[in-house]
Design a binder for this molecule. Sequence first.
Ligand SMILES: Cc1cc2nc3c(=O)[nH]c(=O)nc-3n(C[C@H](O)[C@H](O)[C@H](O)COP(=O)(O)O)c2cc1C
Length: 217
Amino acid sequence: MDVFSAMKDRRSARAYLDKPVSRAEIEEIFHYAGMAPSAINLQPWEYIIVYGTEKDRLVRRLKRVHAERKISCGPGTASPLPEIFRNRSRRASQAMRPKVSELGLEFNQFVEEGSCSFYGAPVAIIVSIDRLFPKLRYLDVGLSVSYLLLAAQAKGLATCPIGLISSYGDEIAEVIDISEDKEIVLGIALGYADPESPVNNFKTDRESPDEIRFWYE
Ligand SMILES: Cc1cc2nc3c(=O)[nH]c(=O)nc-3n(C[C@H](O)[C@H](O)[C@H](O)COP(=O)(O)O)c2cc1C
């Protein structure tokens, strides 16, 4: 698969087949994730791959803390979002809502509980960065995550980045024994997408390039 097809076809998968991902497949994907560029080649990204009974333990803990604290998905901004961003987000949830309804589930509950359980994917990836880095270095981590998502796509696997779980970083750190000097910035579900599930059968839209690109000539 060429890189353009991987970019075009990738979408976040929120239902997974009960089909294991082999260690060799995971290793290959991380080989590519590690090829991302970074400032002065610092490679500040760190990944912890959680699967099997350890993943089940992590999910149980996340579900428990979510039931207590009920943090929902949001932009994480201190002030309300300007209309242009609210519209983009609204369009994405409007595309997804009818698919969640087809499953007979309530939208927020599906997204929040689904996020905390990595949507049933066999592999949960925890992405972290050393707290010593300034926020600009989080960009490098994002580049590596992009490589990871595209490499998975090229291998026929599916992913869903999961920011919600970073709100429960302390609990995750406790379960999988991450030291305090690491900040957990993202989770990623990895597995084989269930092609039959309605929630995997919609595509979010994007702004036209004219909306995000400006020329100075
Ligand atoms: C940093 C980041 C955090 C995200 N957090 C969540 C999440 O907590 N739960 C979820 O279901 N999807 C999450 N997503 C997936 C986005 O909703 C999705 O990427 C967006 O709607 C565009 O859809 P697409 O990935 O199918 O192209 C996240 C994506 C990113 C990049």
